[in-house]
Design a protein around this ligand. Structure first.
Ligand code: URC
Length: 309
């Protein structure tokens, strides 16, 4: 990519960001409403150099038109779709409708509206805001090469025991005691790639990507916590992150790559004393000072090794 213009290597793209759209699907038979709120980022790679170099806008797809297209396509989705599917619909439109568009990059973040339960019963049209967010990025080229990535952001997980940290490097700057009993808290960001390389290889099951998102989220949380009664011991954030990534790749053949970012959010033991009162509060794995900063940053990615057949 990139061309030499006036002796310079030149690359460009343009698009519209933070296009917010909400869509309701009303089931006529049972009266149940489904709802999604998305923030869409569109970025198009297109042949419109003249706009930059010769002030000629004749090849430019206006970003205002891109914004309108989001609402047009949302209207056309008469059945509920996952946001990955919606991103694919948009990418398909931009790459097939405009001769000069060579690649479309569509990113969407979903606002975590969840159906409300009243007296244990799902409400037909009531929703409340949850916390973690579903994300996606779809890249589609004019010749049909596709990449679908999905993710989760802001999945806050905490366990009050079954975590420790021992055997790390000790030097003259080290004061952290070794422990087999500590709090473990993190805010997981994950993104995973699907192996589908063209539009025809996308599964046709309704809400396939939405269900995958829910299943991946479940496996991440289950692996972090372990079984409900006994849990599972975490010797480090690193080891737990690796188990979580491995569990996702092991469970879902349709995930070819996963990246995990898991900050270590510290809960500091509280010990209070003074000259006159040597022990006001003695830490016994009970009172903590929660902190956001500084925090550890631990990230890794795992992908399948392609076997040479
Ligand atoms: O699980 C941990 N990993 C680290 O790399 C680290 N570093 C640290 O100070 N505490 C921890 N905990």
């Amino acid at each position: 990519m990139g061309e030499i213009i006036d002796g310079y290597k030149f690359e460009q793209r343009h698009g519209k960001s933070r296009v917010r759209v909400a869509r309701v699907w009303r089931n006529k038979e049972d009266g149940v409403h489904s709802f999604a709120e998305w923030s869409v980022d569109i970025s198009l790679l297109s042949d419109c150099l003249s706009a930059y170099v010769h002030s000629d806008n004749s090849d430019i797809v206006a970003t205002d038109t891109m914004k309108n297209t989001v609402y047009v396509k949302a209207k056309e989705c008469s059945e509920q779709v996952s946001m990955e599917e919606f991103a694919i619909v948009l990418a398909k439109h931009f790459t097939s409708f405009y001769p000069q568009v060579t690649t479309a990059i569509i990113k969407i973040v979903e606002k975590p509206w969840e159906r409300c339960y009243i007296d244990g019963q799902p409400h037909k049209h009531g929703f409340k805001l949850g916390s973690e967010k579903h994300t996606t990025e779809v890249v589609l080229t004019k010749n049909g090469a596709l990449r679908v990535t999905s993710g989760i952001e802001g999945l806050s997980l905490l366990k009050t025991t079954q975590s420790g940290f021992e055997g790390f490097v000790r030097d003259k700057n080290t004061i952290l005691p070794e422990t087999r009993e500590r709090m473990l808290a993190t805010e997981v960001s994950a993104s995973w790639r699907y192996p589908f390389e063209s539009l025809t290889s996308i599964p046709v099951k309704p809400l396939y990507f939405t269900n995958m998102y829910l299943d991946v989220k479940k496996v991440l949380a289950e692996t972090f916590f372990g079984p409900p009664n006994e849990g599972v011991y975490s010797p480090s954030v690193q080891a737990t992150l690796y188990q979580m990534g491995k569990a996702v790749l092991g469970r879902f053949p349709d995930v070819s790559f996963i990246q995990l970012k898991m900050p270590n959010i510290h809960f500091l033991p509280v010990n209070l004393s003074s000259k006159d009162n040597p022990v006001i509060v003695k830490f016994q794995d009970d009172v903590y000072l929660p902190t956001d900063e500084p925090h550890g940053t631990i990230e890794a990615s795992l992908s399948r090794v392609l076997s040479k057949l």
